[in-house]
Design a protein around this ligand. Structure first.
Ligand SMILES: Cc1ncc(COP(=O)(O)O)c(C=O)c1O
Length: 441
């Protein structure tokens, strides 16, 4: 039995009159997707798990479980015929954290101060260091009171969704979406308005289309750049137009820049939104997990106008009281001290990205539709087969473990997401080789 993030509910249905996501040749067409209700019908596994005697919140039951554990279970059925399984599911670098950061974290674990509760919005040293980094990066002043440190960027996006929208209101999410952004909305009874992105437009969302789909219930647009799952890097002009749209509508632009440190070399300032002061409607999310290889320490950040951060603090007090303090202590040092190390890692990831482009370009009937940071969004050559079927068969038969496009929203049947963050450049070519003569039975 297979998980579908949008199984069973209205999600993924194409609006009447434009019924097919794909034509006979399997090409994507312009599609209009219906808003997805915050609460959806439970999927099969959720029904199996729900206790019989205890009534749980239907909004929670309606949200599907995360897809990565399931994809990894497929790999257990791979016999190893082609060598060890290659896990392309989790978007976190495979190289270790810097040894000096490890030493700092170990030292912080011996400091009794880190055992105490800290500030709700984070320790001042980390907020100062991050604010200074952002001020340099964006060419605008970011003050420490505009920064809230969270227990990871996922907790940040949950808290920000709760801050912006009430149950019954909506958030707009480009499709394919980052599944946790969709899950956040569902858990909170907030609807998701899908904004379709197309391969022939590089999966860049269109602000005019967003404006046309927006009604007064939409309280925020969530963008992720570089994008997970497509890797698409949104041009500064697109981000500017989304920002203007959100400002004009009096809603928030939430910009998740978790993969900012893996932009292609030469792209240092991803946008100019904060150049002349931080706009009140802009909320930026960041994760320390990837750039510093410390996902287990759970550290993320929200940057927003001070008044917005002050309100967010109410949510953070309930959700975390404070973010874990050992990680904060190490990261306050690392932001400046490891800037060079991060730049080297960025070059490593850029090389993997180049290797993926070269390897998949020679793959014939598979098509690399989009790529960036350490993601490749690959179109499979099996019309009529769902991405769940293809991903499962690939994992079991070839030991190539990917995530199905459908985990990232409606209309993604033809795509697989490959995260090559923990696969060295040489092995990226091996992935392509394992795909080459693969056929679905
Ligand atoms: C777009 C995006 N935001 C947030 C996160 C989660 O980051 P964290 O580990 O800080 O919660 C991820 C992780 O995959 C992500 O892809």
């Amino acid at each position: 039995m297979r998980r579908r993030l949008e199984r069973g509910g209205k999600a993924g249905r194409i609006a009447p009159g434009r019924t097919q996501p794909e034509d006979a040749e399997g090409e994507m067409r312009v599609q209009t997707l219906e808003p997805v209700r915050g609460r959806r019908s439970r999927d099969e596994r959720a029904q199996v798990r729900a206790p019989a005697a205890l009534r749980l919140n239907p909004d929670v039951l309606g949200v599907a479980a995360p897809p990565i554990p399931e994809a990894r279970r497929w790999a257990e059925r791979y016999g190893g015929r082609l060598g060890p399984a290659i896990d392309l599911t989790q978007a976190v670098p495979g190289y270790p954290p810097h040894p000096q950061l490890v030493a700092r974290l170990a030292a912080a674990a011996g400091d009794r101060e880190t055992y105490a509760y800290g500030n709700i919005t984070g320790d001042l040293a980390l907020r100062e260091a991050y604010a200074a980094e952002l001020s340099g990066l964006y060419g605008g002043a970011v003050a420490p009171e505009m920064v809230a440190i969270t227990t990871g960027a996922n907790m940040a996006s949950y808290a920000v969704t709760a801050l912006l929208a009430r149950a019954g209101e909506s958030v707009m999410l480009p499709v394919p979406w980052y599944f946790n952004h969709r899950m956040n909305a569902g858990l909170l009874g907030v609807d998701a308005v899908p904004l379709p992105c197309r391969a022939d437009c590089g999966f860049i969302p269109d602000p005019d289309e967003a404006a046309a789909l927006m009604d007064e219930r939409v309280r925020a647009v969530f963008l992720v750049s570089p994008n997970n799952p497509t890797g698409a890097i949104y041009p500064p002009e697109t981000l500017r137009r989304f920002s203007d749209l959100c400002r004009d509508r009096g809603i928030a632009l939430v910009l998740d820049e978790t993969y900012r440190d893996f932009l292609p070399g030469g792209t240092d300032r991803p946008h100019d939104l904060a150049e002349s002061g931080w706009p009140e409607h802009l909320i930026q999310l960041y994760s320390f997990s990837k750039s510093y290889c410390v996902p287990g320490f759970r550290a993320g950040a929200v940057v927003a106008a001070p008044e917005v951060v002050a309100e967010l603090a109410k949510l953070l007090d309930c959700l975390q009281i404070c973010a874990p303090r050992i990680g904060q202590a190490g990261l306050a040092w690392a932001i400046d001290a490891l800037a060079g190390w991060r730049a080297e890692n960025r070059a490593v990831m850029n090389r993997r990205s180049d290797a993926a482009r070269a390897a998949f370009a020679r793959l014939g009937d598979w098509r690399l539709d989009s790529q960036g940071a350490y993601f490749a969004y690959l179109r499979h050559p099996f019309p009529g087969r769902s991405s769940w079927e293809v991903a499962e068969a690939l994992a079991v038969e070839r030991g190539v473990v990917t995530l199905p496009g459908e985990a990232f929203g409606p209309g993604q049947e033809r795509h697989l997401r490959l995260a090559f963050a923990n696969v060295e450049a040489e092995r990226v070519a091996e992935v392509a080789e394992r795909l080459r003569d693969f056929r679905m039975s």
